[in-house]
Structures are given as structure tokens and as C-alpha cells.
Design a protein around this ligand. Structure first.
Ligand SMILES: *[C@@H]1O[C@H](CO)[C@@H](O)[C@H](O)[C@H]1NC(C)=O
Ligand SMILES: *[C@@H]1O[C@H](CO)[C@@H](O)[C@H](O)[C@H]1NC(C)=O
Ligand SMILES: *[C@@H]1O[C@H](CO)[C@@H](O)[C@H](O)[C@H]1NC(C)=O
Ligand SMILES: *[C@@H]1O[C@H](CO)[C@@H](O)[C@H](O)[C@H]1NC(C)=O
Ligand SMILES: *[C@@H]1O[C@H](CO)[C@@H](O)[C@H](O)[C@H]1NC(C)=O
Ligand SMILES: *[C@@H]1O[C@H](CO)[C@@H](O)[C@H](O)[C@H]1NC(C)=O
Ligand SMILES: *[C@@H]1O[C@H](CO)[C@@H](O)[C@H](O)[C@H]1NC(C)=O
Length: 542
């Protein structure tokens, strides 16, 4: 009652007063309810991990003997600017200065302009700590930390004093120069336009920084790179790094920045919106609301069931349809890969702008399974693919099947990582959660086709030594699994050119992949076989 009359009073006495008052009423209170929930819950969690003595957040894994984590700290700092309570701004400034003090400063180094992974680390480039890309230094942290700084500078310019603004600009300048050293295939780097999430971050960071410094070269470099990503996208309206619970979430954040921060004259402005919308349309066809999972195939997954590991796309879904309908559990911090929950303040800050762009049909698909349907699309990762990967999926009540057919130069997808690359996947409702069957990649070329009730996997260049390693979930009602008959809730009939004698082993906890234990159903080929290796799995819900 009292608050209402104040508002009325303000309305009567002019706009200047109102705008001051609404700034005071805090940015967070202006967010939609679900974005606010995500913001508050992720910030509460980050608060508990913040080490105010150091001005850094501890490594969220809690398995590093109290080392700190630079990227998490940068994300938290932007959250503090957004919250702006008590001494939040002072802490944010301290953290940002710390992060920049740990930015590599020698332009001769390949790692110039990226940031230390943790402040306790030895000097990169010493004999004890040699420069090993993605190990002792991470080139992608230029993108992750640079985009966080830009969000802070764009959204909260009045809270960052001129001196710190200048420092952040200079940091972004070095960041952009260092990032320009990255050329896929050179010096062990893999940043091609097809490496979608860092590519999208590079393009906006370079163009934004170029515009800030009125440096036409930098702006053009960002625009030119954006054009390469766009050309790749326009082929089939799909991102090269396709269908990843984690990285599609990062890409959506970067695309939001394209749409929101690139000037009208930039190619990123309108294209950012369109790519974001088309990407959501694809998500809408692959997301299975009953299972709360993206159907396979997953180019890069950090688990086999999104209800048990945190994918960044879950944060976007949370802001769109609420926590209760999102693929997270109540205690998010207990999920595998929960360290990525630390990006949530950024997702929440941009949620209202982003969510307004998401097609309604995609939003609907997040809560309501639309009924049986097929998906047929493609994605192209140059230079790894001989031809675009052909993606097929079948989704029906309580079950999804997805596969992709490709011929690549590497095993395990462009990330060269069989634990992330899941080219053929079945998921279903076991009655006690989601069950999975996923093919562990052992071949560089696979034809995996999904259709109603089947998954057909062929190795076009396979030999009699080829194996089909199918990783199968564990089951609440079936502790011990010795045959397909023990698979809970799904009847599976295998056939093909395989030797029918299956070898079933348990992963053991130390053999878990992405923290998931599994039953390893491995088929070999008959000795001396000259047939093309093939296995057809025909499945039916029990
Ligand atoms: C940027 O790089 C220059 C060297 O080119 C270095 O002197 C300067 O300290 C760096 N700035 C920041 C903010 O790290
Ligand atoms: C832009 O690039 C051109 C050609 O490479 C170079 O001559 C010029 O010095 C650059 N300008 C800036 C501001 O970096
Ligand atoms: C998928 O689409 C392509 C191109 O439109 C077509 O050639 C192919 O037969 C389709 N595949 C399936 C399984 O429908
Ligand atoms: C598959 O890739 C290999 C080289 O990696 C190439 O020799 C072969 O022609 C390719 N096959 C197809 C069907 O593209
Ligand atoms: C499965 O793939 C094999 C090899 O390509 C093919 O001969 C067979 O017809 C396919 N089966 C189905 C059901 O699509
Ligand atoms: C099954 O796999 C285990 C573990 O690799 C191996 O020791 C065993 O020989 C295999 N058994 C058969 C029948 O292939
Ligand atoms: C699955 O088991 C086979 C033996 O049957 C083994 O060679 C393979 O390494 C196992 N795969 C995984 C991913 O654990």
C-alpha cells in the first residue's frame, strides 16, 4: 500500500525522479521472474564460493585444494555489478582488476591477451609450465572473459568508473589482438569458423572493441569472421557445432550479444537475431519435453542425461519456462558439470532481450511434447567433414532416437573427443528416469540413421577389427545387467553383420565417462569377416 502511493507520487512529479528511483530499485528487480530466480540462485551459490580475501572465486569443483578460478571470477563480477547491493560494486572492481592483472601481456606469446586459468599457476612458457594449448593456457578464455566484460560495460556503464572502464577497454584490446593470432590448423590451434562457440565470441568481441577504439581493422576483422560463420550457417540454417546442451547455450549467449550490441551497420545485427531464432527452431524439434533432454546426436555432450548434468542451455530454458520445467534438479549444484552454472548470471542479465526473440513454437516445445515426429537436417564442420553430417532423429512419446552420418578426418568429432561426441543415441523413460544407449565413437566415418523404432549404424570403412561399443545406462530396478533383456523399460532387438556374442562389462566408477557409470555392450565382428560392419537396433517401449 505504502509503496503503491510512493509510485503514484513519483508518477505525478516528473520523469527525472522516476528514472533515479527505478535505477535504485535495482536492475535485478526489472528482470522477469524466472530470470530473477536464475540470477538469485546462481549468485547465492557463487557468493558461497567467493573468497573475499583474495578477490577471486574458488574453483567451483571443490576438488582443487582451494585454488581459485579466473573465468568463474569474471562471470561473478558481472553478476555483482547487476546486483549492486552492499559492497558488490567494490568487490566487482577488485575481481576485474585481479582478472586483468592475470592477463598475458607479452604480444610475442601465442597466449597473449588470454587470462591465467588460476592465479596460483606458474608462469606459462617456463620449462616447468610449458605453453600447451588447452592445458596450461586456454585460448577460449579470451572469448569467455571478453564477452563478460562487454556485457558489464554495455549493461552497467554507470557503475564502472572511468579508470576501470579504460582498463577493461585496454584488456579487450589485447584480448582481441591475441585472439587474432588464432588460425585453425596453425600452431596447434583449432579456431575455424566451424568451431561455433568461440567463433561467435571472437566476431563480436573484435567488432565491439574495434568500434570502441575506432580501429577499422579490428572492426573489419570481426565482421569478416562473422561473415564466414554466417556463410557456414546459411547452408542449412544450422550451427556447425550442432546440438550441444553446453555449447549451444554459449552460442545463444554470444548470438544475443550479436543482436543486441552490434551496430545496425554490422552484419551481426540482423543476422544474429535470425541465427538465434533458427537455432531455437532446431532446438524446438530436438528437445523432448517429457524426457527433458535434447534428442541425439550430440556433437559435444558432457553427459548422457541432461537431468543429471548441467548444460548451459538449461539456464536459458529456466528463464523461458521456469526452473520447475527446466532440465535441472532442485539442488543444481549437485549435478555433474555444475561448474558451468557460474555462467548463469550472464544468461539471466540478457534473458529478457534473448527470450523476446525465441519463436513461440520453440518455447512451447520446452514444456509440451508435440507428438511423434522426424527430424532431418545437416551440419558442416570444415575442415573435418568430407561432406555435411546428415542428422536424423525420431521422437515419440517417452522415447527419442538420433543419429548422424559423416566422414571425418578424426575420431570423436572436431573436438577429437569420443567422450563428448555422441553420434548415435537412444533415450527413453525407464519409469525411473531417463535411460540411454549411446555409441562410443571409435571410427572416423559412421552412418547412423534414426527412424521410427530403430537406429541403424554402419561403419563404411570398418574392418573385421571394428567394434560397436554401446554405452548403456544403469537402472534403478535392475542392478545387474547381463543381456538386453535386463534393460529397464525398453526391448531391444539387435541384428546386422556383427558377431551376436555380446560382451557386457560394467564401467566401474573409475571408468565412468562424464561422471556417468554405464554398462558397456560391445559387439565385435565375426573373425575374418569381410562384410561392412553394421548393427541395427530395433526398439520398443516395454
Ligand atoms: C596490453 O599489452 C601491452 C603490450 O602490448 C602491455 O604493455 C599492457 O600492459 C597490456 N595491457 C593490459 C591491460 O594487460
Ligand atoms: C590496418 O591494417 C593495415 C593493413 O594491414 C595497416 O597498414 C594499418 O596500420 C592497420 N591500422 C591499424 C590502426 O591497426
Ligand atoms: C533427409 O533430407 C535429404 C535432403 O533433403 C534427403 O535426401 C534424405 O532422403 C532425407 N532423409 C530421410 C531419412 O528422410
Ligand atoms: C572419406 O574420407 C576419406 C579421407 O579421410 C576419403 O578418402 C574418402 O573419399 C571419403 N569418402 C567419402 C564418401 O567422402
Ligand atoms: C541398415 O543399414 C544397412 C547397411 O547400410 C542396410 O543394408 C539396411 O537396409 C538398413 N536397415 C534399415 C532398417 O534401414
Ligand atoms: C570382454 O571384455 C573384457 C574387457 O575388455 C575382456 O577381458 C574379455 O576378453 C572380453 N570377452 C570376450 C568374450 O570378448
Ligand atoms: C567397452 O568394452 C570393450 C571390451 O568389450 C573395451 O575394449 C572398450 O574399451 C570398452 N569401452 C569403453 C568406452 O569403456
Amino acid at each position: 500500500m505504502f509503496l503503491t502511493s510512493i509510485t503514484v507520487w513519483l508518477l505525478c512529479f516528473g520523469t527525472t525522479v522516476i528514472s533515479t528511483a527505478s535505477t535504485k530499485s535495482t536492475f535485478v528487480s526489472t528482470l522477469s521472474k524466472d530470470a530473477q530466480d536464475l540470477f538469485i540462485e546462481s549468485m547465492d551459490w557463487l557468493d558461497r564460493m567467493y573468497d573475499a580475501d583474495a578477490g577471486y572465486v574458488y574453483d567451483p569443483s571443490a576438488t582443487t585444494a582451494l585454488r581459485h578460478d579466473t573465468r568463474t571470477s569474471a562471470w561473478y563480477a558481472i553478476g555483482l555489478l547487476a546486483r549492486n547491493q552492499n559492497d558488490d560494486i567494490d568487490q566487482a572492481k577488485r575481481i576485474i582488476k585481479n582478472v586483468i592483472s592475470g592477463q598475458f601481456k607479452d604480444p610475442k606469446d601465442q597466449w597473449f591477451g588470454t587470462y591465467q586459468q588460476y592465479p596460483e599457476e606458474p608462469t606459462v612458457g617456463t620449462s616447468a609450465y610449458p605453453p600447451v594449448i588447452y592445458t596450461t593456457w586456454d585460448p577460449n578464455w579470451r572469448g569467455f572473459i571478453g564477452t563478460a566484460f562487454i556485457i558489464g560495460l554495455e549493461e552497467f556503464p554507470d557503475l564502472i568508473d572511468l579508470q576501470l572502464t579504460d582498463l577493461m577497454h585496454r584488456s579487450l584490446y589485447n584480448n582481441t589482438i591475441g585472439d587474432s593470432y588464432r588460425v585453425g590448423g596453425v600452431d596447434g590451434d583449432n579456431l575455424y569458423p566451424s568451431y561455433t562457440n568461440p567463433s561467435l565470441m571472437r566476431a563480436i568481441t573484435s567488432a565491439w572493441t574495434g568500434n570502441t577504439f575506432k580501429n577499422g581493422n579490428m572492426t573489419n576483422a570481426g565482421e569478416t569472421y562473422a561473415k564466414e560463420i554466417i556463410d557456414l550457417f546459411d547452408r542449412a540454417d544450422t550451427l556447425s557445432e550442432f546440438n550441444s546442451a553446453t555449447y549451444t547455450g554459449v552460442s545463444l549467449l554470444a548470438l544475443t550479444m550479436w543482436a543486441k550490441y552490434a551496430p545496425q551497420t554490422s552484419i551481426m545485427s540482423s543476422k544474429g537475431k535470425q541465427i538465434l531464432q533458427d537455432t531455437w527452431k532446431t532446438i524446438g524439434t530436438l528437445y523432448h519435453a517429457e524426457l527433458r533432454n535434447l534428442a541425439g546426436p550430440w556433437d559435444r555432450g558432457y553427459g548422457f542425461d541432461m537431468n543429471r548434468y548441467f548444460g548451459i542451455i538449461a539456464a536459458h530454458i529456466w528463464t523461458l519456462v521456469g526452473k520447475d520445467s527446466a532440465p535441472v534438479i532442485e539442488k543444481v549444484y549437485m549435478m555433474s558439470h555444475s561448474a558451468d552454472f557460474a555462467i548463469s548470471p550472464l544468461v539471466a542479465i540478457l534473458a529478457d532481450y534473448h527470450n523476446a526473440l525465441v519463436p513461440q513454437s520453440a518455447v512451447d516445445s520446452l514444456t509440451q511434447f508435440p507428438g511423434e515426429h522426424l527430424v532431418n537436417t545437416s551440419a558442416y564442420s570444415i575442415p573435418y567433414d568430407s561432406y555435411p553430417r546428415r542428422i536424423t532423429a525420431w521422437l515419440s512419446e517417452r522415447i527419442s532416437i538420433g543419429g548422424e552420418s559423416f566422414n571425418e578426418t578424426v575420431v570423436g568429432g572436431p573436438a577429437i573427443n569420443p567422450t563428448q561426441f555422441n553420434p548415435a543415441v537412444i533415450q527413453w523413460n525407464t519409469g525411473d528416469g531417463v535411460g540411454f544407449i549411446t555409441l562410443h565413437a571409435t571410427e572416423a566415418a559412421i552412418d547412423a540413421v534414426a527412424g521410427p523404432g530403430y537406429l541403424n549404424i554402419t561403419y563404411p570403412y570398418g574392418t573385421s577389427a571394428s567394434q560397436f561399443q554401446l554405452l548403456v545406462s544403469t537402472f534403478a530396478k535392475q542392478a545387474n545387467v547381463v543381456s538386453w533383456d535386463d534393460v529397464q523399460g525398453l526391448s531391444v532387438t539387435p541384428s546386422g553383420t556383427i558377431n551376436p556374442d555380446i560382451n557386457i562389462t560394467y564401467s566401474m566408477t573409475d571408468g565412468a565417462i562424464n561422471d556417468f557409470t554405464f554398462w558397456n555392450f560391445t559387439y565385435s565382428m565375426p573373425e575374418g569377416s569381410t562384410e561392412v560392419p553394421n548393427i541395427l537396433l530395433e526398439v520398443r517401449l516395454k
